[in-house]
Design a protein around this ligand. Structure first.
Ligand code: G6P
Length: 603
């Protein structure tokens, strides 16, 4: 979703820093890009629909600039075109914005009455006009921002340039991500730290309601009450390599291949000293009688896998909700309920909103988060971090599997000495140690996945079926496929197909069927036979231990056997790989699928 970058400094050229930063923010998803920069005492604005490359063509990098703001826009209010793109300039104020000003219609009416005219359909132009109006009354940008915060409702991270003061960059944040990065005689603002890692790894977190006045050599941060506060400069420890493809054709493929390492890093703190580390390094879950898992997209699918594991192994009831629906349902929250929010980015607006609701109801909250210091990580009572590193491809792979790893460890932690004997727990921990090697062996089958992809990539509709945990995994497999290949795909509980959907099965319709659990294999195989009898082309993904004799599939992918707490992280790999190879054969923009955003910061 929208990306923000800003530069003020004497060392580099603002144009270089901003374009480089925007390219590093590309992964968030966008459909237009723009820049405002000061050259020879004048502010220039360039913007362009489509890729950053289109914007780059309009710029002359011989222009030297010490101040600028840049933006990638993911359209919300108004189509992606030139007028709706950021930066917006009204009067003396230029801004880039991430978020949504919810009361923009009423503000717009008030501003029209005051004589403002609007060219775009955006809420951002209204925010810009509002800032300009307040500034014209107060003549102080500090006061302007303070009043703006009172008047504007919704979420915003803003980078601001004021015509009267080309020595400063201003920033304000509420419920949308923004950091300030600190260089030597130069400073930056950005939606995330990796955007400016080429220049510095030092940064300051801007909290909700705060604003900053930034020059080349000074950063002043004002708190919610507009009082100057002491800043704490942090150091980003992440690997800047993560934002390079390192020889892979796509970030998605690189990230799929990183999974063995990611699972190792994520699980290590809880397994390295056997059961002790599992107990000591996780929260005490013993007081909770019920767990609610809340998340969006793939994180929601990880939650569904977690539910199956926690209920089956730890005997605790779990509900899983899509975060955007959580606020509308009757919530049965109390002190004995733990609410687990799962989020790669830690910035998903709906998940953050759900977390706040859970806190208001007095429940304890636990975040399973990938991005350190993200909004959700800071808001949750406790956090367990996935160690997936920066994930750039919009379609998540390594973050998803690491979320499952932590949910599985939570199940194991609760089960320990309650529903499982220590020896059984130790056996699973041993299995987790062996998991990266098993994952590697599944990854090594790429040629096989390519062959299968070639046989099905030109179909318009592909089904995924499975029962129990395989159904939860089917949902993720189907989402991966539709996200990046644009093939219409549905996941069905295998037993449910005959209650309607089987009418969609035609001669040759690909059905990817998952059978990884022995105790329900027979039933799922019967369902597979039902679709096979109606002409489906069946791609069977089965665990090695399952008896698959019979003539009911066309292609077979075997995954190594493992404990149920471990197996999902193996089963998902062929699904990710098939989606990748199919999307590649269809010539899709795999890392940046159309209309999608990596970090969804609007509700
Ligand atoms: C977006 C992404 C999905 C992701 C979902 C939740 O829709 O495209 O891949 O699963 O957001 O994101 P989160 O950062 O909260 O895990």
């Amino acid at each position: 979703m929208c990306g923000i970058i800003g530069y003020v400094g004497k060392k580099n050229n603002a144009l270089d820093v901003i374009i480089e930063g925007l390219l590093r923010l590309e992964y968030r998803g966008y459909d237009s890009a723009g820049i405002a920069y000061v050259k020879d005492g004048l502010l220039n604005i360039e913007k362009e629909k489509g890729k950053i490359a289109n914007l780059k063509e309009k710029l002359d990098f011989n222009d030297k600039s010490n101040l600028g703001i840049g933006h990638t826009r993911w359209a919300t209010h108004g189509e992606p075109n030139y007028v709706n793109s950021h930066p917006h300039k009204v009067g003396k104020i230029s801004i880039v914005h991430n978020g949504i000003i919810e009361n923009y219609s009423e503000l717009k009416e008030e501003l029209i009455e005051k004589g403002y005219e609007f060219k775009s359909s955006t809420d951002t132009e209204v925010a810009c006009a509002l800032l300009d109006y307040i500034y014209s009354e107060t003549n102080s940008i500090e006061q302007t921002i303070a009043i703006f915060r009172e008047k504007a409702r919704g979420a915003y991270a803003l980078g601001i340039i004021v015509d009267d003061d080309y020595n400063h960059l201003y920033a304000v944040k509420k419920d949308s991500p923004l950091i300030i990065a600190c260089g030597d005689n130069e400073n930056y603002i950005a939606s995330d730290v990796p955007a400016i890692l080429k220049y510095t790894n030092k940064y300051i977190v801007l909290n909700d309601g705060e604003f900053a006045k930034i020059s080349a050599d000074k950063i002043l941060v004002y708190d919610e009450n507009a009082d100057l506060r002491k800043v704490e400069v942090k150091e980003f420890k992440g690997d800047s390599n993560a934002v390079e493809k390192n020889g892979y054709d796509h970030f998605m493929l690189k990230e799929i291949y990183e999974q063995p390492e990611v699972i190792k890093a994520t699980t290590l703190p809880y397994i390295e000293k056997g059961v002790d580390s599992l107990v000591d390094n996780m929260p005490d879950f013993s007081k909770y009688k019920k767990i609610d898992i809340v998340a969006c997209g793939s994180a929601y699918h990880a939650g569904l896998v977690g539910k199956t594991l926690i209920e089956e192994f730890a005997n605790v009831p779990v509900t899983v909700d899509i975060a955007s629906e959580y606020r509308y349902k009757k919530l049965f929250l109390d002190e004995e309920t733990l609410v687990i929010v799962v989020s790669q980015s830690g910035e998903t607006a709906d998940t953050l909103a759900a977390l706040k609701i859970a806190k208001e109801h007095g429940s304890d909250t636990l975040g399973i988060i990938n991005v350190v210091e993200s909004s959700i990580a800071r808001a949750a009572h406790q956090v367990l971090y996935t160690k997936a590193g920066a994930e750039i491809a919009v379609a998540t792979t390594k973050a998803y599997s690491s979320q499952i790893a932590l949910l599985s460890l939570i199940a194991l932690n609760i089960a320990n000495n309650k529903t499982m004997k220590q020896e059984e727990v130790l056996e699973v921990l041993k299995g987790i140690r062996a998991l990266p090697t098993q994952m590697q062996s599944v990854l090594n089958e790429r040629e096989h996945y390519k062959e299968i992809a070639e046989k099905i990539y030109d179909h318009d509709s592909i089904f995924f079926i499975g029962r129990d945990i395989d159904y939860a995994l089917s949902m993720e497999g189907s989402l991966k496929l539709k996200e990046i290949s644009y093939i219409n795909s549905q996941a069905y509980a295998a037993g449910e197909l005959k209650h309607g959907t089987i009418s969609l099965i035609e001669e040759g319709t690909p059905v990817i069927a998952l059978v990884t659990e022995e105790k329900i294999a027979e039933k799922t195989i019967s369902n597979i036979k039902e679709v096979k009898a109606r002409g489906a082309k069946v791609i069977l993904v089965a665990s090695e231990n399952i008896n698959i004799s019979g003539d009911f599939y066309d292609e077979l992918i075997l995954v190594p056997d493992a404990n149920k707490l471990i197996k999902p992280m193996l089963t998902v790999i062929p699904l990710q790989m098939l989606s990748y190879e199919i999307a590649k054969l269809r010539g899709c923009d795999i890392d940046k699928p159309k209309n999608l955003a990596k970090s969804v910061t609007v509700e």
